[in-house]
Design a protein around this ligand. Structure first.
Ligand code: PXP
Length: 237
């Protein structure tokens, strides 16, 4: 199992006071030194946490792959083409949301996603699509020529009853198996924490987890390196 550490919320803390610290570049380097497999950052359209200069700084500083989370907004796509991260993960974005609220609907946004994928691939960037665990979405991702599927575990992370959790895990497992059969590299993420991550990490077809908020939150108390290592022990890395 690989672990991608999302560094956004180091910047959230910085933006809370408009200071220069804490620096997400330093955060990314700490996560890398702990042994994670990639660094993830989301350049949101409203720039509420990560800014362009952070993306440039992280890309220059780290040696492991950089996964830029982004919407299909034309300006952001152009920026990605300039920066050329190892991977771009396309996510839906709504201004007022606290965080990404669901997977991107590839059927509704087919044309926009297709245009973004063509541009990103032309620049040699691998494309991942963040989608809900639905077979129709995976089929659309195949038609669009994506390289990677990231299954949204956000709904799973919000469920409370054993029955609903079991049903959602089955759905995620089915989506992971189907994605793998289609030849995708299969990732999962959103809302995963030190309590719920084991259930998801047991799904053999999932090869990478992308985790941010819970790791950065834990880091406040024990530091980024121990927080990342603690997550490794739970996901069998
Ligand atoms: N994967 C995707 C596609 C995301 O949008 C996010 C949130 O930025 C994450 C993973 C990480 O989610 P969390 O911060 O809840 O761990």
């Amino acid at each position: 199992m690989k672990l991608g550490v999302n560094i956004d919320h180091v910047s959230t803390l910085r933006e809370a006071r408009g200071t220069f610290y804490p620096d997400p570049v330093a955060g990314a380097l700490s996560a890398e030194s702990a042994g994670c497999d990639s660094i993830v950052a989301h350049l949101r359209e409203d720039r509420r946490h990560i800014k362009e200069k952070d993306i440039i700084g992280i890309k220059e500083a780290i040696k492991i792959p950089f996964n830029l989370e982004m919407s299909v907004n034309k300006n952001i796509v152009s920026f990605a083409q300039e920066i050329c991260p190892y991977q771009a993960t396309l996510v839906p974005e709504r201004r007022q949301e606290l965080t990404t609220e669901g997977g991107i609907d590839l059927l509704k946004n087919y044309k926009k996603v297709n245009n973004a994928i063509i541009k990103l691939k032309k620049s040699g960037i691998k494309v991942s699509l963040f989608i809900d665990p639905l077979i129709v979405q995976i089929k659309a991702a195949k038609d669009l020529g994506a390289d990677i599927i990231e299954i949204n575990t956000g709904r799973f992370s919000e469920l409370k009853t054993a029955r609903s959790l079991e049903a959602e895990i089955r759905k995620i497992k089915r989506a992971a198996v189907f994605s793998k059969k289609q030849g995708f590299f299969v990732a999962a993420g959103h809302g995963l924490d030190y309590e719920n991550v084991k259930e998801v990490s047991r799904i053999m077809e999932i090869e990478e987890l992308n985790i941010g908020h819970s790791i950065i939150s834990r880091s406040v108390f024990i530091g980024i390196v121990p927080a990342v290592i603690e997550m490794f022990s739970l996901i069998g890395k």
